[in-house]
Design a protein around this ligand. Structure first.
Ligand code: FE2
Ligand code: FE2
Length: 351
């Protein structure tokens, strides 16, 4: 196959030039290093082996395939490696696909900031806001619980760096802090609207609800679940981290500890979303709802951002099981021309 338009020319004159994934266009030839987010050995309908991969850098991810010399190229790398690739980009089923011809494992020092996305917000500013809200907690026992975490410098450095998810929401460095702060801010406002809520309990629960994520994920060069993350999950990990801290607090009332644990354990709301218990006090109901609001707003917003569909509608989201409207509906009925959407609706049998 003849090489399409190259994206290499600029690199040849500028050593710092990088082909970021968000800038990759169809019908171009790409030579660049990317992180292997996933790698699967597959068979075509004819029974020929191929590799199906997702490559990423901090600006996004792209589907990639290896069709030729599969065994030879596959032997050179594994998931989580950074590889130098050469290949051409095509448009397939409404998304970009990188068809790789050459692969070389990147050795030596790798700069994680190239491959891991980081929160766009200022971490010290977020920490200040978080400290201000927590500083308003009056219950001395809850204040002691919070202090145990705040003075644990190892915990805090992981808490500031961890993502809040692998894919779904806030999947970037600093994402856990950003998400936790949003949840705390909303809980703070809700407790003003509904003064019968136990504001201190709600805010302490908001701060601690996802702390188990610092152990659920690994986030050194790429995001993945840890063994304890897969086997226990962040709800149980969070409870055991809390139990470790309350050992140091004298005479903490049983009622308070049980409720705080319940807030952590029930914040996913339903059994099918991983909560071993459904919320059974009002503060736990509020925490669950607020957690879902922040997770969904971030997740759907990011889906819009990475969507490459040209029409009025996004591509189909398997996670949210729908298309989203992303443009302004014209006065003239031009929707009939949105053939891309019609094709996708046929494909997924959804509207
Ligand atoms: Fe959670
Ligand atoms: Fe959360």
């Amino acid at each position: 196959m003849e090489k399409p338009v190259t994206m290499m020319t600029e690199r040849e004159t500028n050593k710092n030039y990088r082909i970021w994934i968000r800038d990759i266009k169809a019908d171009t030839w790409v030579k660049e290093s990317y992180l292997v987010k996933s790698k699967r050995s597959m068979l075509t309908k004819k029974g020929d082996p191929y590799l199906s991969m997702i490559l990423s850098d901090k600006t996004g991810q792209i589907e990639a395939r290896v069709w030729d010399r599969v065994e030879e190229l596959s032997a050179q790398f594994k998931e989580g490696d950074v590889i130098q690739i050469e290949g051409y980009v095509t448009y397939f089923k409404d998304s970009m696909q990188l068809n790789i011809k050459e692969i070389r494992l990147q050795k030596g020092e790798i700069d994680p900031s190239v491959f891991l996305e980081t929160t766009s917000k200022d971490i010290s500013q977020m920490m200040k806001e978080l400290g201000d809200i927590l500083g308003g907690i009056k219950n001395p026992y809850l204040q002691s619980v919070i202090d145990e975490f705040l003075k644990d410098t190892d915990f805090m450095s992981f808490f500031k760096r961890a993502p809040a998810g692998k894919n779904l929401h806030h999947p970037y460095l600093g994402g856990l802090l950003e998400h936790t702060l949003n949840v705390m801010k909303m809980c703070n406002q809700i407790s003003e609207l509904y003064p019968f809520l136990d504001r201190d309990l709600l805010l302490c629960g908001a701060f601690l609800h996802d702390i188990g994520k610092i152990k659920e994920y690994q986030y050194d060069l790429h995001f993945d679940y840890t063994h304890e993350g897969r086997l226990l999950g962040h709800l149980i990990l969070g409870i055991s981290m809390l139990e470790e801290k309350i050992k140091y607090i004298d005479k903490i009332p049983k009622d308070l500890i049980l409720k705080l644990k319940h807030l952590i354990l029930s914040h996913h709301g339903e059994y099918e979303f991983g909560s071993p218990k459904r919320p059974k006090i009002l503060e736990a109901v509020v925490l669950h709802l607020v957690d879902e609001i922040d997770a969904k707003i971030n997740g759907i917003y990011r889906f819009f951002e990475i969507d490459k569909n040209n029409g009025l509608w996004t591509g189909f989201s398997r996670v949210y099981d729908r298309f989203f409207l992303k443009g302004i509906i014209p006065e003239e009925d031009e929707l009939k021309n949105d053939t891309g959407l019609r094709l996708q609706e046929d494909l997924f049998n959804r509207t």
